[in-house]
Design a protein around this ligand. Structure first.
Ligand code: GLV
Length: 323
């Protein structure tokens, strides 16, 4: 086979690039920090056999067709694939790869970090200190919530949801979950959604973004939560309605929220959520550890190489193409 034509849409960690270089030294990689524009993506991807992308690129039918019928594989350096039109890829027999498993612990750690930070008002407290408001120890200053003895409700009990439960056990939490097809693990009890909303002091979201989970967290959902409850989102911003969340936080219908993801990303600086002390927001860093990003890059490259070589991807999202 002649050398496949490959485009990597973002500067992925060296671990991945080095592996690819061993197999195919000639590939194009987009190195600026900001993703390429849609026009640049359309232009640069024309004629490639393999595309390695990230969640910052929208990979739809139009792009697949503009790339051409030789396209064999779309490998995303992410576990989420909501930015890719999977049915369109399947229809065109294009393999889609993702990077599950390797980011489970890092993302569960991030969910837990956000949970603790929101419970103990860490970012709010730091802002308080930095503007010079710390004058003395005050018995009632910035009081937060305990994890020990609290009920954690996990929505979506897949790999990451379960890894959050595993951590919660060590914090002496009662764990309940809602996830229709998942078996119990880590002392977590399966409940229906309404029970989870009614009983949870903390709710952590771990469902992928799909039509059925879009805006799952809406005004009705929030109205069923406890007034002391803390909501943590490390999945996708589209899973919640940010206007409804703003209203619930502003009116203290719930205690706090901690978001790793927003819709859109980046969150516009005039978003009303940024006015709220009880809303902690970080810029989509769930898997952002050095080791994890290295593993994701390597896995994404392994998927890419398998795809251009007409082999089954190590992690394929649309296995139907092999039937
Ligand atoms: C990150 O959000 C991912 O899907 O890997």
């Amino acid at each position: 086979m002649t050398h496949p034509k490959i485009l990597i849409t973002r500067l992925i960690p060296d671990a991945g690039l080095a592996l690819l270089r061993q197999h195919y030294p000639n590939f194009e990689v987009w190195t600026p920090d900001l993703p390429m524009s849609r026009e640049e993506l359309i232009q640069k991807s024309k004629g490639v056999d393999g595309l390695l992308c990230a969640l910052t690129e929208k990979i739809d039918a139009e792009l697949m067709d503009s790339i051409g019928p030789q396209l064999k594989v779309i490998s995303s350096m992410s576990v989420g694939v909501d930015h890719i039109d999977i049915p369109a890829a399947t229809q065109r027999k294009i393999a889609v790869g993702n990077t599950p498993g390797v980011l489970t612990d890092a993302t569960a750690d991030q969910a837990f970090a956000l949970m603790l930070a929101a419970a103990r008002r860490i970012t709010e407290a730091e802002r308080f200190l930095r503007v010079g408001k710390w004058q003395t120890w005050i018995p009632n200053l910035l009081l937060g919530a305990d994890l020990a003895g609290a009920t954690l409700g996990i929505i979506g009990f897949g790999r990451i949801g379960q890894a959050v439960a595993k951590r919660a056990q060590g914090f002496d939490m009662r764990i309940i979950y809602h996830s229709p097809n998942a078996q119990p693990a880590y002392n977590a009890t399966k409940v229906d959604l309404d029970t989870l909303l009614k009983e949870s002091d903390f709710i952590s979201l771990h469902v992928p973004l799909k039509p059925e989970t879009k805006r799952l967290v809406n005004a009705d959902f929030l109205s069923k939560m406890k007034p002391n409850a803390i909501l943590v989102n490390t999945t996708r911003g589209g899973v919640l309605d940010q206007t409804a969340l703003y209203n619930a936080l502003k009116s203290k219908q719930i205690f706090a929220a901690a978001l790793d993801v927003t819709d859109p990303e980046p969150l516009p600086m005039d978003s009303p959520l940024l006015e709220l002390e009880n809303c902690l927001i970080v810029p989509h860093l769930g898997s952002a550890t050095k080791k994890t990003r290295d593993k994701m890059a390597v896995l994404a490259v392994e998927n890419l190489i398998a795809g251009v070589e007409n082999k089954k991807l190590p992690n394929c999202v649309n296995l139907e193409i092999y039937l």
